[in-house]
Design a protein around this ligand. Sequence first.
Ligand code: F6P
Length: 332
Amino acid sequence: MTEKREKIKRIGVFTSGGDAPGMNAAVRAVTRAALANKLEVIGIRRGYQGMIEGDFVKLKSTDVSHIMHQGGTFLQTARSKEFRTEEGRAKAYVQLKNAGIDAVVVIGGDGSFAGALEFSKDYDIPFVGIPGTIDNDMFGTDYTIGYDTALNTVVEAVDKIKDTASSHGRIFFVEVMGREAGQLALKAGIACGAEIIFMPEIHEEEKALEKFLANRYKQKKHSGIVMVAEGDSAGGAFKIAEKVQKQHPEIEVRVSILGHMQRGGNPTATDRVVATQMGVAAVEAILEDQKSIMVGLKNEQIVHIPLVKVVKTNRGIDHELIDMQKVINSVQ
Ligand code: F6P
């Protein structure tokens, strides 16, 4: 064992920000990979808030048995305002030091990684990140844990909505999560055969919607799905639907906000496998003396991206997929 490896004896692991299906699988993988490398593992409950309060629990292999298939996060999570303050971070450092934690794995999204970066400016305990969010909005990785499950949840819900939409000949505006990113709306829209997809990254959907509505009867298409990402600049599903209703009183419109059901449920096989890959890779990164990096997946390969790049860079959206969907929907 190298000198670097020897200085790490105990690691902490926690989940932070919005929960995502597959986080439990990631904690399990981190725990088992650490134990396999003779490291002790401390679970930090309730994200950064639990870190500040010293809400720690030692994790053995059996503590992470039978959790891989469960949604949510058994360590719980939080969005800690206190950790955004210097005082909060100072308290967290003292707690980590007192618990003998030499390095930390943080499973979360952009906000969680921004917190880790702030911490690293003043303190010497290294953090390694695992991307966990249903939004799939992070730079440097093709994939974030929870995205695939959320996608399938949306598709299942919209399939049901399509049944009733078609029975009544209605246009449904379905709003999905994703914060400022349209990833969830885009892939769910493709998988559900949505007529129009509103996303924060593009700004021409209103015109496309108008065209669709104007041609609707000509196409003999009496129902439709308009997928709306919650962060879209048009103002969300209710606003868009209200506008359409005013302009087309003859059309029956309905709105469905899918909400937090998108965050729950048993993780898909993909989420479990990716969470396991990333969990093991995070422990390996710590043993290689990496700090302030995120482990990600690019073309199915594990990559390391500096946290600073992750939090400062916009992931963008796949314009080829957008163009492809337009082709599919262009046929009269
Ligand atoms: O980042 C995950 C996410 O589910 C977003 O899609 C959504 O905007 C946000 O979290 C909701 O956060 P909260 O659960 O705090 O309301």
